[in-house]
Write a protein that binds this ligand. Structure first.
Ligand code: PLP
Length: 377
């Protein structure tokens, strides 16, 4: 018999969809860039493994990489040092290490609905209760602070925020970031800010939580910015005393992050940048392409995404998001039903534009045809 803990978590809805996909399907369900890591990073990885960097390293990461990351965050807070930085085995591992460090059984954790799939199960795995706050479509998928005030209780330990957002693509303006901070200060909460899409912003300017408050932990990753989701490498930035505690849990989760991957990422931070900018420029074009096409499909409404690489259209078609996604799948288009991200995603699909322009056009044509058929039926 497996543990109560294992019984309480389910396989992610996204994974289920992939497993049912027919061969040659157009994949707009992807949560990863359709690009390769920068050449300088690939070369540095090869050099690292051939140069005997194949052994354990410090649990918080190689000092040179921690320092390089800290350098960037010093622009937001001049006191930031490598002691604030922990290199993780991905954003996912970072989120779990933070959850294990912060949440006690019985605690409540405010998580977005719709939101990234790991936040609620991570709270549950710690014995805490996820409490869902709405991201209101009519308000451009921004939080409603009146609702947050109603949801907060003496048991609330933290609020998880994610801007740019997976799945909505919404980006917090500065005023929202500041309101989240005053809300957290007033109720003595820690802010867990998932900033893995920080480089992918098409409207306005990305606003990090770092440097504005001493109660934020930043979860970040190289998965998306360096197009290396398979490498499993990311980082956290936290107040120093908290970083010491998180590092203990991080050690017990994975001992240390991959040594050669860290050497390669460091080269990317030192000499890369152009590739990431080119990738984001391409995402910007595709974002225009998919947003314009979706706007023309009857029964589809879209809040155009300001960041990340997802659209989250609402479909006024017969059937649930699961049923519609199932029909699309049979017709050769993989999408993610919105309710995989929470109850408020129920009438939505998540369509990723981390796919070639050609595949976007083909996928949108399938969507248009299926929509017309469903609406006529
Ligand atoms: C919002 C968000 N946070 C964190 C992650 C985790 O990324 P990784 O574990 O690849 O670093 C993802 C991946 O899709 C994500 O969308």
């Amino acid at each position: 018999m497996v543990s109560e803990r294992a019984r309480r978590v389910e396989i992610s809805g996204i994974r289920k969809m992939f497993e049912a996909a027919p061969p040659n399907a157009i994949n707009l369900g992807l949560g990863e860039p359709d690009f390769e890591p920068p050449k300088v990073v690939l070369d540095a990885l090869c050099a690292a493994v051939q140069g005997r960097m194949n052994h354990y390293g410090p649990s918080a990461g190689l000092p040179a990489l921690r320092e390089k990351i800290a350098e960037r965050y010093r622009e937001l807070d001049s006191e930031t040092g490598r002691e604030n930085v922990i290199v993780t085995g991905s954003g996912s591992e970072g989120l779990m290490a933070v959850a294990l460090t912060l949440y006690d059984p019985g605690d409540e954790v405010l998580v977005p609905n719709p939101g990234f799939v790991l936040y609620p199960p991570h709270a549950k795995l710690c014995g805490a209760n996820p409490v869902f706050y709405d991201l209101i479509e009519k308000k451009g998928f921004q939080p409603d602070f009146d609702q947050l005030e109603r949801l907060v209780t003496p048991k609330t330990r933290a609020i998880v925020v994610n801007s740019p957002s997976n799945p909505t693509g919404a980006v917090f303006p500065r005023a929202t970031v500041e309101r989240v901070i005053s809300f957290a200060e007033e109720h003595d909460l820690t802010i867990v800010s998932d900033e893995v899409y920080e480089e992918m912003v098409y409207e306005g300017k990305f606003q990090s939580f770092w440097g504005r408050t001493d109660r934020a932990v930043i979860v970040n990753s190289f998965s998306k910015t360096l197009a290396m989701t398979g490498w499993r490498i990311g980082f956290l930035v936290a107040p120093r005393a908290l970083a010491v505690e998180i590092n203990k849990l991080h050690y017990h989760l994975m001992a240390c992050p991959s040594t050669p991957a860290q050497a390669a990422v460091l080269a990317g931070l030192e000499h890369g940048g152009a590739e990431t900018r080119a990738m984001v420029a391409e995402f910007r074009v595709r974002r225009g392409l998919i947003s314009r096409a979706l706007a023309k499909i009857p029964g589809v409404s879209l809040v155009p995404p300001a960041g990340a690489f997802y659209t989250f259209p609402k479909l006024d078609w017969p059937g649930t998001a699961q049923e519609i996604a199932g029909t699309l799948l049979q017709r050769g288009l993989i999408t993610t039903p919105g309710d995989a991200f929470g109850s408020l995603g129920a009438n939505h699909l998540r369509l990723s534009f981390a796919a070639s322009r050609e595949n976007l056009r083909k996928g949108l044509a399938i969507l248009r045809t299926v929509g017309a058929e469903l609406r006529a039926s």
